[in-house]
Design a protein around this ligand. Structure first.
Ligand code: BYC
Length: 336
């Protein structure tokens, strides 16, 4: 079952035991810290502390898994999109998510982990992926709502990662964020069409989708800062530039105005502008639901994982054929 983090190599060097560091290592670490403090980027061949490497592998691989698992709830609607135009847009979007997964797996590979190791962690349930993809897509309005809220939350979280201290991750994020912007706009535009030109039933369908996706979307940013074990170190290293709560707040403030233009109600009676904070106050988030979902017990966890495992098994012949072809080409080259 999908329960744990990508900590298959242990979180501390030596699996929690304090490693004894040589004078050389200490100098290397001081040099590394100075680069981080100066805002420099770290490249794959640069020296880096073990914990920095492991933190990046954990975050980047979880991010990659989220992209490819994220294809599933939307893929569910490709054959049922209401028009040819919407089908073409959705197809392109789902393909983009597959591409994002590939850039991110490639970025994680530069840290010395193999794609097979990462897939194995996903398929065996050791690796996490975003909680949001464990919710079902019940109607067409869910597709628009995912674009507006889920991709909107993703952009809020991911634009700062374009300045992440690890350069290969930062570079991958630049392209991903450009594509995510298109994803967010297409979702919002699909909802706007239904809300301005749709029937009463279509408008009710949009409101119902927003009611179901709002709270899981604001949980995407991760636990509150005082319950986020990784934030302090990741911010120190410039992997995360803003805290989970700060990003969540920015997202909520932006979404309120967008909801007003759409003509939908966000399902939080306590959501209101706080003049003093110059930000919106919001109701209590049900963190027990979040922890349950990331522990493997959300509405679709089992289905999502089973689908990914089946896709991997069904694709075995493609991988075998590609390897056989590569071997044949090598032999031909050697014989020439
Ligand atoms: N879901 O100490 P924290 C997308 C885990 S892709 C599941 O705050 P961190 C999209 C966290 O891993 C969306 N698990 O952790 C794709 C940690 O557990 P471990 C994905 C979560 O890493 C297709 C524990 O909770 N985006 O949007 O400092 C179509 C404590 O958390 C979640 C990314 O991956 C969650 N929501 O901060 C459309 C972006 N939140 O690993 C859209 C990159 C927390 O210690 N990732 N956990 O066992 C990040 O920015 C950070 O990893 C997070 C979490 C903000 C997600």
């Amino acid at each position: 079952m999908y329960t744990q983090a990508m900590d298959t190599m242990g979180k501390e060097p030596g699996d929690g035991k304090k490693a004894v560091r040589s004078a050389d290592e200490m100098r290397l670490e001081e040099n590394f810290d100075a680069h981080i403090d100066a805002g420099d980027f770290i490249e794959a061949k640069d020296w880096m502390p073990d914990h920095y490497r492991k933190t990046l592998v954990r975050q980047i691989s979880q991010h990659a898994h989220s992209e490819i698992v994220g294809m599933l709830p939307e893929g569910n609607w490709i054959s049922r999109a209401p028009t040819l135009k919407r089908k073409a847009i959705l197809l392109a979007k789902v393909q983009d998510e597959g591409g994002h997964g590939l850039y991110l797996y490639a970025a994680a590979e530069t840290l010395g982990t193999s794609r097979d190791q990462m897939f194995d962690a996903l398929h065996s349930g050791k690796a996490k992926y975003s909680s949001i993809f464990n919710y079902p897509t019940l109607t067409w309005a869910d597709i628009g709502t995912i674009g507006w809220l889920v991709d909107g939350a993703a952009i809020m979280n991911q634009v700062p990662i374009c300045r992440c201290s690890y350069a290969p991750y930062a570079r991958a994020m630049i392209r991903i964020c450009r594509e995510e912007s298109f994803h967010q706009r297409q979702g919002y535009e699909a909802l706007l069409t239904m809300m301005t030109k749709g029937t009463d039933a279509q408008k009710a369908m949009v409101q119902d989708a927003v009611n179901r996706w709002w709270w899981p979307s604001i949980m995407m940013f991760g636990p509150p800062d005082d319950q986020s074990p990784n934030s302090a170190q990741s911010m120190r290293w410039g992997i995360k530039r803003f805290s989970n709560d700060d990003l969540r707040q920015k997202f909520i403030d932006a979404a309120v105005e967008q909801a007003r233009i759409l003509g939908v109600t966000l399902p939080d009676p306590d959501l209101k502008w706080n003049e003093e904070r110059q930000a919106h106050d919001h109701g209590t988030i049900d963190w027990s639901e979040f922890w349950r979902v990331i522990a493997g017990d959300g509405p679709c966890n089992r289905e999502r994982l089973a689908t990914r495992v089946k896709a991997w098994e069904d694709g075995a012949w493609v991988r075998e054929a590609a390897l056989a072809h590569a071997r044949k080409q090598t032999k031909l080259k050697e014989a020439a």
